[in-house]
Design a protein around this ligand. Structure first.
Ligand SMILES: Nc1ncnc2c1ncn2[C@@H]1O[C@H](COP(=O)(O)OP(=O)(O)OP(=O)(O)O)[C@@H](O)[C@H]1O
Ligand SMILES: [Mg+2]
Length: 379
């Protein structure tokens, strides 16, 4: 989110969206002014109204008191005490009315806050501990849909990835690839079927243990406005030696050497001071540092220049070594390296096999491949 916000300005500038954004800003300001105005007016109206009502009440009570005193029902002392008490009560009454406005505002805010508190907590998972998985991943007839109203995004997916194997997913945009890998860290749970790591259903493991088995390099690189070292060791204590090794493995040593403060250099909001390829490599360094047995890779669709691409490929090579890898592949090089390719279409596996084998079958994969071959990418 923060990343999207910080990159938003580029879209605005490139598309000449300034007038549009200004209009939006003006419209929002007008609305806000309207609300503020209404609040002030209702607040200001309340005061004279209460004053008026209080005065009427006072007049009536005073009239009764005067009437009583003329018929000798009360003493002078009693009369004076009564009138003084009446006068004294007006001011607290006014304050009571003034409370109404902040109270209403507080109630509205409380509604929002309680709404957030009432959000269901993430499932803690079962009690089973998992120190370090072997890395076998299995999907058994997994179905998933975003909300009940939507059509199912994943339908009856079954496959097994052996420890250390590289399994690539290809398919058209929107075929459900990202959804599929988001099920592994339990960002969502399948609506039917189950997912197993080392032959045990995910739900039986402690949630934090499941997530500590996974290194995730997502489609959108997310970096924090902190030093390079803090970004690499994100979520863990910074071991400078290991950070250095991870950076070297991710082909970032040269970059670090050029920076004035080395790995302690701040990289700006979402790594603004880095190039696209460097940002990707930093995300890879983070995954290398985490050293998890299962790697999930959602390759960026954005193409890099040849030199950058070579560095990223080399960094990926190190990262994937000895780990079970589930990769959404857009790069030809990654796909060719995969032990197995699963072709997804509308949330279903329509073909699977090796690169050469699938090409020979001349089916969906071959079609996708030929379609994208000229740009050296398969999407
Ligand atoms: N949070 C969401 N809520 C509702 N629908 C969603 C959500 N995320 C994705 N979808 C829908 O689910 C389908 C699959 O999306 P997904 O992101 O898994 O596709 P993908 O294969 O990763 O595509 P791409 O190659 O473009 O990244 C799409 O039709 C999309 O509209
Ligand atoms: Mg995707």
């Amino acid at each position: 989110m923060a990343g999207a916000a910080s990159r938003g300005y580029k879209v605005v500038k490139v598309h000449h969206g300034e007038p549009y954004e200004m209009k939006r800003f003006a419209a929002m300001s007008t609305r806000l002014r309207g609300y503020a105005m209404r609040m002030t007016v209702s607040g200001a109206l309340a005061q004279p109204l209460t004053q008026f009502l209080a005065s009427i009440a006072l007049a009536i009570v005073l009239a009764i008191a005067v009437m009583q005193s003329t018929t000798d029902q009360t003493t002078i002392g009693g009369f004076v005490a009564f009138v003084t008490a009446m006068l004294l009560i007006i001011s607290p009454l006014k304050h009571l009315i003034d409370i109404n406005q902040p109270l209403q505002r507080g109630v509205t805010a409380a509604e929002l806050i309680f709404g957030l508190i009432d959000e269901p907590a993430e499932p803690a998972g079962g009690g089973r501990a998992l120190l370090r998985a072997q890395g076998k991943v299995e999907f058994q007839q997994v179905c998933f849909s975003y909300g009940q109203a939507n059509a199912p995004t994943l339908r009856d997916l079954s496959f097994t990835v052996a420890p250390g194997e590289v399994c690539a997913f290809v398919g058209q945009s929107g075929s459900g690839k990202t959804t599929l890998i988001n099920l592994l860290p339990r960002f969502f749970d399948p609506s039917a079927g189950q997912i197993l790591i080392d032959d045990v259903p995910l739900t039986e493991y402690c949630l934090t243990d499941v997530r500590s088995q996974l290194a995730f390099v997502s489609q959108e690189v997310v970096l924090f406005n902190d030093s390079i070292a803090a970004n690499v060791a994100y979520g863990q204590t910074i071991d400078r030696l290991r950070v250095e090794q991870a950076l070297a493995a991710a082909h970032l040593t040269e970059l670090i050497a050029e920076l004035p403060e080395g790995m302690d250099t701040a990289i700006g909001g979402n790594g603004m001071r880095l190039s696209g390829g460097q940002r990707q490599r930093l995300a890879i360094a983070r995954a290398i540092y985490k050293d998890a047995p299962i790697l999930i890779l959602d390759e960026a669709t954005s193409a890099l220049d040849a030199e950058s691409e070579r560095h990223v490929q080399a960094a990926l090579e190190v990262l994937m070594r000895g780990r079970t890898t589930l990769v959404i592949a857009h790069r030809l090089a990654t796909i060719e390296r995969a032990n197995r390719i699963l072709v997804l279409e509308a949330g279903q596996i329509v073909e699977q096999g090796g690169h050469a084998e699938l090409l020979q079958q001349n089916g969906r994969y071959a079609q996708l491949y030929h379609l994208q071959h000229q740009s050296q990418q398969v999407t």
